[in-house]
Design a protein. Structure first.
Length: 435
């Protein structure tokens, strides 16, 4: 019977990596986790449904959901591996060459068209000189002043006719003020207009830069995330390739001893500080008054205890027992635990105990052996992961680290750097099964 599961993939550093895997009944949980991962990483994310057929030991994968960035990447068919190329279509037969056309009689030459008369060039108007502009300014100033004086005199005459102005008012002073005001204002206006002085106080604004588009922002974010990741990957590969395993062990042991020394020094310093703080407090504390012994009061007669109401106990719920393992799974777990203990005894020697680096290699070795054993016993994916998790705990890993390793195992299997350790474990289990 086919079994379904859901896996979350995210695209980073030019490849797809597995984030987490869920069972078939946890699709909504997997979808929520994929959407949250998209918001956190801001990278293409896909939710893939994997169907496992134990009869043929094959899997079928299909994209169940993908983010907006993942939809723009046309590699949904290639993310699970290269497929066989489609057969090429046979070339179409070439059409027969066309028959030569018969030459038609040449048409009589058309009469030459009459040439259009040449266009007259427009003469450019020459700009006015300084003297001409100044003369225009003076003339317009005098004209505007005369108009203003004439209008003022006409207004005074009308007001006198209707007896709105007394006769003793000096009219010459009012006309002089109007003349000066009109002449000054008209002179400034004509001066600015003729000599184009308005550009002196106009501020030229620079055109605003267009806002960045969404594609530019996405490209910049991907380049920013890719640069530190590529630098870290390159540095880790170079260090792992150049430094041998013995030097790595020495560096890790030296770092552990330095951390222990620093912790001991910090503990000594904190104890000295606490002693120094407690000593002045004890000296400054006030003297306690002498304790006066008093006779204890006579005991009170015991009061009758009220009867407690009877509480009916709820019915006990039946304890659900874990599902029993099949005989093939139990036998496979027994064989794998024996294989794990033998591998740990060989790897964990007194001269070179296991550290973080060698323990990770041992976990890859055990993963390859568990995969070979599961295929030989025809076990499903979940029983294989359960057996592998129990074996990693027996090898010395904590439960949380074992579960994390099982969750990241698909991405480890696709990494060519770890393929040698996985294959070595599978070959060792094959030799053990063959006897």
């Amino acid at each position: 019977m086919a079994k379904d599961s859901f896996e979350i993939y995210y695209y980073q550093d030019g490849r797809w990596s597995v984030h987490a895997s869920f069972e078939a009944s946890q699709r909504e949980l997997a979808l929520g986790e994929a959407q949250e991962l998209e918001k956190t990483l801001r990278a293409p994310v896909r939710l893939v449904r994997e169907t496992y057929y134990p009869e043929t030991n094959t899997t079928e994968e299909a994209v169940s959901w993908q983010s907006a960035l993942a939809k723009q990447m046309p590699d949904a068919d290639r993310m699970f591996g290269d497929k066989a190329p489609a057969p090429k279509k046979p070339p179409r037969p070439k059409p027969p060459p066309p028959e030569p056309r018969r030459k038609e009689p040449d048409e009589p030459a058309a009469t030459p068209a009459k040439k259009a008369p040449p266009k007259k060039r427009k003469k450019k108007k020459r700009g006015r000189g300084f003297a001409a502009k100044l003369a225009i300014v003076v003339a317009m100033t005098l004209a505007m002043s005369a108009v203003a004086v004439g209008l003022t005199a006409a207004g005074i005459y009308v007001l006198e006719y209707f007896k709105r102005i007394p006769n003793d008012v000096d009219r010459s002073g009012l006309i002089a003020i109007v003349y000066l005001t009109a002449s000054i204002l008209s002179f400034l206006y004509q001066l600015i207009r003729q000599f184009d002085l308005s550009s002196l106080w106009k501020f030229r604004r620079r055109p605003a830069a267009p806002p960045p588009s969404a594609t530019d922002m996405i490209r910049k974010m991907q380049e920013a995330n890719r640069a530190p990741a590529e630098g870290q990957a390159a540095s880790s590969e170079s260090t792992a390739a150049d430094i041998p395993i013995e030097e790595l062990r020495e560096q890790i042991e030296q770092a552990d001893t330095e951390d222990q020394v620093d912790r001991l020094q910090e503990d000594d310093f904190t104890t000295e500080v606490q002693v120094a703080e407690d000593s002045p407090r004890q000296q400054d504390a006030p003297l306690e008054p002498p304790v006066v012994e008093t006779a204890p009061p006579p005991p009170e007669p015991p009061k009758p205890k009220p009867e407690a109401p009877k509480v009916e106990k709820p019915p006990e719920k039946p304890v659900e027992k874990p599902p029993e393992k099949s005989p093939a799974e139990a036998e496979a777990q027994k064989n794998f635990l024996a294989f794990t203990s033998a591998a740990v005894n060989v790897a964990n020697r007194p001269q070179s105990p296991l550290n973080a680096f060698s323990r990770f290699g041992l976990n890859l070795y055990l993963a390859g052996a568990c995969s070979t054993l599961g295929q030989a016993k025809k076990l499903g994916r979940m029983p294989q992961l359960t057996i592998l998790r129990d074996g990693l705990q027996a090898a010395g890993s904590s439960r949380e680290r074992a579960e994390t390793f099982c969750a990241e195992l698909p991405s480890y299997g696709k990494n060519p750097r770890y393929a040698s350790m996985v294959q070595a474990g599978g070959q060792a289990m094959t030799r053990q099964l063959s006897g």
